[in-house]
Design a protein around this ligand. Structure first.
Ligand code: NDP
Length: 244
């Protein structure tokens, strides 16, 4: 039997892109999914697709910038399935722009979703994972958590923070909590649609012509989860071969 069969997996930002692709992969492998994001129609239709294909999933509308909503997502997992095996902190946004434009509202949004959202996720599941003496937290960082790109100072700062947090979870998690930091390069999703600066959007969209499919990242996440319990896959970097 696969190591994924029967595992209860929470995915934030499940309504599109990497979250959605990962939900499909994990459902096929027998996971019980708890899907969170803000757009209810998307979550509903993803849940329906999964169930139609013989999988198990529930959803709960969740804004990860709201601590109580993230706690409620974790509670929904326990109510429906009795435990939480994996949290995939995937929700994120990338409104890139040069610092001089002072798009401070967008900086705050990135800090709120990309960092605080991840922290709220950790806080919502850690006590349950400690009680179970087992759990796995998977964070979506980025190649931008390893290298700073032009017009991406704040986004990169948030993804460096996520990488640091993943390592902290690994160190403090001990034998009970597995920690995986996933760092994708360019992947074709809706992520670039949050860029409000036209010139930056143009440059990024040109770069994203070589983007790979979201399923490439879903496969990496499946790999991390399906390892035996004493194997902790700490870091995966997945780039398109064409990415410089
Ligand atoms: P998408 O834009 O397709 O997906 C982002 C998801 O995050 C959506 O489901 C969105 O759902 C959700 N989200 C955004 N804000 C919130 C919020 N406040 N509360 C809850 N959910 C929220 O992009 P990707 O799939 O590409 O992004 C997933 C992750 O992967 C992000 O963390 C991103 O930084 C990371 N990443 C992506 C790369 C890429 O090239 N695509 C490269 C490296 C990392 P909704 O709007 O319904 O709330």
């Amino acid at each position: 039997m696969s190591e994924i069969q029967g595992k209860v997996v929470i995915i934030t930002g499940a309504s599109s892109g990497l979250g959605e692709a990962t939900a499909h992969r994990l459902a096929k492998a027998g996971a019980k999914l708890v899907l969170g994001a803000r757009r209810e129609e998307r979550l509903q239709s993803l849940r329906d697709d999964i169930v139609e294909q013989g999988g198990e999933a529930i959803y709960r509308v969740t804004d990860v910038t709201d601590r109580e909503q993230v706690e409620a997502l974790a509670e929904a997992a326990k109510e429906a399935y009795g435990r939480i095996d994996v949290l995939i902190n995937n929700a994120g946004l990338m409104p890139l722009s040069p610092l001089d434009q002072l798009k401070v509202d967008e900086w705050e949004q990135m800090v709120d979703v990309n960092i605080k959202g991840v922290l709220y996720g950790v806080a919502a599941v850690l006590p349950t994972m400690r009680e179970q003496h087992a759990g796995h937290i998977i964070n979506l960082s980025s190649v931008a958590g390893h290298v700073v790109f032009p017009s991406a100072a704040v986004y990169c700062a948030t993804k460096y923070a996520v990488k640091a947090l993943s390592e902290g979870i690994r160190q403090e998690g001990g034998e009970e909590i597995r920690s995986t930091n996933i760092s994708p390069g360019a992947v074709a999703t809706e992520l670039t649609s949050t860029i409000s600066d036209e010139e930056t959007a143009k440059g990024v969209n040109e770069l994203y012509e070589m983007a790979i499919d979201a399923d490439a990242i879903a496969r990496a996440i499946v790999y991390a989860i399906e390892q035996p319990g004493d194997v902790d896959v700490n870091e995966l970097i997945i780039r398109p071969t064409k990415q410089p």
